[in-house]
Design a protein around this ligand. Structure first.
Ligand code: ADP
Length: 641
């Protein structure tokens, strides 16, 4: 090997030693450093040359140096290397760390030991990682056993509650027999006692039912049975009952409904249970002379039910736990008022199963406002009661339901461009429908299409019981084609026709047990001058929210339509309060949209592990959005689709 080659090789090794993050050193037989790399010198805060000739005793504490010398001696005396010995060490800067040390003996050409090579590596991170992994495993195990325990507990509650039901029913039956004097006359005093007994068995029954419900919900065995109902009808059904109950406490109970039906696909019994719970709570926690308002408000694509009372309210500290199991915060005198604190947690779960939101606003001493939302099927709002019942009946018997809905968007505008009246337009559309149904071979005893026409609103709904998904899709696309033809043959140009599917997707349905026997879908055919409603678009931008206290909050992700926006924020806003937002689409920063909005709904977001502040998803509806802004949003929506 020539000198240059040798020099190159030496340089190579030198570079390797100096750039490697590990500590590397050579010691002679007496433990003196012959050569150390940059990492070693740097760790001790000196230059490498300064260490030559020194021993560990010059650098470290006596104890530590002695241990090192022992290892050195072992390696050199026995000729056996020490590989990857993990030790705790204190760095010169005082930080405790873990190191892995390797010591290998060096020999001369006669095979005699002349010293050693040492390599020390900082493995603090690896050890921390290992520790974390172990901790994680431990937590996971604990969690698993907790889950098991919780499942066992739910099962136990379920079994016990079931067992309690039968004897309770027997007690109630027997007491009723005595109360009704079937087995002999009783006096007034005895009757009073029995009445109290009956009231309490009723309370006990309610508690057992609640326990069964919560255990069903937790074990995921609660089945929902959906049907198409008008939520206004559903609430009206119990109006008399609650008004009477409120009157007994001298409370004024007022109902506020929208002027039109609000169709929802829900498990009517379960939603009734939520409404019952909220109104009974309001009555229970409102004092003599107080007021309660039950309001149904139509939002863009949801309906919101609010129960607002002037009762004792809930303190700020208690608000966050109010929907938890077994939570009771406002203590009332009187045993008859005692519940078990399950009503609200059941209500929350039920609303969430319906894909709705539930939230509360309250001030101790002032009153409480409980709200929840349900998804609304605005396209089906025109279905009358008898048709709705028919649909629900058919669905209950397991017949699949498909809806095709024609909507004339911007109806007023559109009418100006038509030479014929809306009435005759809809007559023509109906004739097209009949033709299409015939073409699609959809008819027969069990398959009778039902249609409802509302020319004023520009709506035309067709219900196709028992149609297959394919048939329904065929019918709607054929309809779209024929309608297009119709307009062009009538020389009405620039007609906007598109098909959109609605809300409950098949995927959602399959997860949702109650829906499975009668699958249902809605196809919409929009006709009109331009796209108008319900298209939503998600994007990321900074959205400025001007809060009531003149603070400004920035929110990142937005989901917007012409009706409103939806965002995630840290501030808890008040339902129905009005504020201002401003934002711009990322690719069109100059066109700033500024709008007044109203808080329509709120959903508290469950905190993830490690997150420390509350977050809320809020739906904000635009109030009189400027035409200029409408145009910007509309343009953006059309671009995307
Ligand atoms: P319970 O069946 O025991 O009433 P809920 O889950 O329905 O249980 O309610 C839990 C607690 O929430 C109640 O005990 C009460 O402290 C509080 N609460 C519920 N509704 C109201 C209300 N309208 N006003 C004041 N406090 C309420």
């Amino acid at each position: 090997m020539g000198f240059k080659e040798l020099k190159d090789k030496y340089q190579l090794l030198r570079d390797l030693m100096d750039f490697i993050p590990d500590v590397i050193y050579f010691k002679d037989k007496q433990g003196r450093f012959i050569m150390v790399n940059q990492a070693h010198a740097k760790g001790l805060g000196v230059k490498p040359e300064a260490l030559v000739g020194k021993t560990d005793f010059d650098l470290f504490s006596k104890n530590r140096a002695r241990k090192m010398a022992q290892d050195d001696a072992h390696v050199m005396n026995t000729g056996k290397p020490i590989i990857d010995k993990v030790e705790r060490a204190t760095r010169p800067d005082g930080v405790d760390n873990y190191v892995s040390t390797t010591k290998i003996p060096r020999y001369d050409d006669k095979g005699r030991v002349i010293g050693l090579i040492g390599i020390t590596r900082d493995i603090t991170r690896r050890m921390q990682f290992e520790r974390l992994r172990k901790d994680k495993l431990c937590v996971e195990k604990k969690l698993e056993s907790l889950e098991e325990l919780s499942a066992m507990k739910s099962e136990f509650i379920s079994t016990v509650s079931h067992e309690l039901r039968t004897p309770l029913a027997v007690i109630k039956g027997l007491v009723t027999i005595v109360f009704n004097e079937v087995v002999g006359q009783i006096n007034h005093k005895q009757k009073e006692v029995l009445q109290k007994t009956l009231d309490n068995t009723e309370r006990l029954k309610k508690i057992i039912d609640d326990l069964l419900d919560i255990s069903r919900i937790e074990r995921n065995t609660l089945k929902l049975h959906y049907s198409l109902v008008d939520i206004v009808d559903l609430i009206k059904d119990s109006e008399g009952f609650f008004i009477k109950l409120a009157e007994e406490k001298n409370i004024r109970l007022k109902y506020v409904y929208p002027g039109e039906p609000v169709n929802v696909f829900i498990d009517a019994d379960r939603v009734r249970q939520v409404i019952f719970n909220l109104i009974s709570n309001a009555i229970k926690f409102t004092m003599d002379g107080g007021k309660i308002k039950v309001e149904v408000k139509i939002l863009e694509s949801k309906v919101r039910i609010g129960v607002i009372d002037t009762g004792i309210g809930i303190s700020k500290a208690d608000l966050s736990s109010i929907f938890n199991k077994f939570t009771q915060v406002s203590r009332l005198p009187g045993a008859e008022n005692k519940g078990v604190g399950l009503g609200l947690s059941i209500s929350k779960k039920l609303v969430e199963r319906h894909k709705g939101e539930i939230w509360v606003e309250s001030k101790a001493g002032v009153g409480s406002k409980f709200y929840f939302t349900l998804r609304r099927f605005y396209t089906l709002d025109m279905l009358g009661k008898s048709l709705r019942n028919k649909v629900s009946r058919l669905m209950k018997s397991g017949i699949s339901m498909h809806f095709v809905s024609l909507m004339i968007l911007n109806c007023g505008e559109f009418r100006k461009r038509m030479r014929i009246s809306l009435d005759s337009l809809f007559k023509d559309l109906h004739a097209i429908l009949v033709l299409v149904l015939k073409n699609a071979k959809y008819s027969g005893a069990d398959k009778q299409a039902m249609s409802v026409i509302n020319p004023k609103a520009g709506k035309f709904s067709i219900i196709l019981p028992g149609a297959s998904s394919r048939q329904a899709a065929n019918i709607s696309s054929l309809l779209k084609y024929k309608i297009k033809q119709y307009f062009s043959s009538n020389k009405v140009e620039d007609v906007f026709i598109t098909i959109g599917s609605l809300s409950y997707s098949q995927k959602v349905l399959s997860q949702d047990d109650g829906f499975s026997p009668s699958r249902f879908s809605i196809k919409e055919i929009y006709i009109g001058s331009e796209m108008r409603r319900f298209k939503r678009l998600s994007f990321k931008t900074n959205i400025k929210l001007f809060l009531p206290d003149e603070k400004v909050e920035l929110s990142e992700s937005v989901d917007v339509s012409e009706g409103g926006i939806c965002l995630v924020i840290k501030h808890l806003l008040k339902t129905d309060s009005e504020l201002k937002v401003s934002f711009a689409f990322p690719e069109n920063k100059e066109s700033i949209i500024t709008a007044k909005v109203r808080v329509a709904w709120i959903k508290k977001i469950e905190l993830l592990f490690g997150e420390s502040f509350e977050k809320y998803k809020v739906g904000l509806e635009f109030i009189n959005l400027e035409n200029r802004c409408k145009k910007i949003i509309r343009r953006r929506l059309l671009n995307k689709s």
